[in-house]
Design a protein around this ligand. Structure first.
Ligand code: ATP
Length: 242
């Protein structure tokens, strides 16, 4: 197995609140790894710590063995880590095209000219609706379309690792299907490794190679999706008992 990302004994606090309590996890190249957990478990904090958006108190974030401690957030995209944040965060007053152009803006490896057009064509193949709406302001898109745009923007720099924070949150079931179909496609066609944070445990387990359960800042359970699906406690707590 080719270890791409390793989190070791990570501790993160917001003042007196310790959001992550010594957690460790691994993402092998070419895998989709799910992090499941309820509200406030620390899922967003984990992704922010990996992309450098919040300081860590102790522990390591290692990319192919290299410690990222001194690497600033905007530089982490150069190292191949792209973060699709929770709640979409698209620029509402800019068009779809302009939002895509801003993916990795100012970063050394931001694609330009023909290369940029090629990547955009690929993103439009993944999400044809974005092509139709490319001149439309992002703020006028539906929630699902905004999520597609946020994912597209995260792909502009051709990342090795995509950190996805609750991509299905608040979307209609049919759109959730579409988003998960595309996550699978990104993974299969472009070999992007994905760390997927989700509350939709059933869906996340259906596409992942391995999963971690995060509960109040700790990882009490981890394993292969098929094993977790057969675990009584996991079924009761995360899969609606079915
Ligand atoms: P959600 O799905 O609701 O986003 P989550 O699993 O992503 O939940 P986090 O947002 O990482 O959880 O929050 C973990 C803990 O840290 C929670 O107890 C939360 O209240 C706390 N927390 C998060 N951000 C801050 C902050 N900026 N200041 C203080 N406490 C925070």
């Amino acid at each position: 197995m080719d270890l791409l990302l390793a989190i070791q004994n990570l501790n993160v606090s917001y003042g007196a609140v310790q959001a992550l309590k010594g957690i460790s996890l691994e993402l092998n190249r070419g895998n989709i790894v799910a992090v499941l957990g309820s509200n406030g478990a620390g899922k967003t904090t984990l992704l922010k710590a990996i992309s450098g958006l919040i300081p860590i108190r102790s522990g390591n974030v290692l990319l192919k063995g290299k410690n990222l401690a001194t690497i600033l957030p905007y530089q982490r995209i150069v190292y191949g880590i792209s973060h699709v944040p929770e709640g979409r965060r698209v620029f509402a007053t800019l068009t779809v095209d302009e939002n895509l152009n801003l993916g990795g803006y100012g970063v050394r490896n931001q694609p330009m000219g023909k290369e940029m057009n090629k990547i955009k064509e690929w993103i439009f193949e993944l999400f044809p609706i974005l092509k139709e709406r490319r001149r439309q302001l992002a703020g006028t898109l539906s929630g699902g379309e905004q999520q597609m745009l946020a994912i597209g923007r995260g792909l502009i720099c051709k990342p090795q690792i995509l950190l996805m924070d609750e991509p299905s949150l608040g979307l209609a079931p049919i759109i959730v299907q579409e988003i998960f179909r595309v996550i699978r496609q990104i993974h299969q066609e472009e070999k992007v490794s994905i760390l997927l944070v989700e509350q939709n445990a059933r869906k996340a387990l259906s596409i992942s190679n391995y999963a971690y359960i995060l509960e109040t800042g700790k990882i009490p359970v981890q394993g292969k999706p098929e094993d977790l699906k057969n675990d009584e406690r996991i079924r009761a707590a995360y899969l609606g008992g079915n």
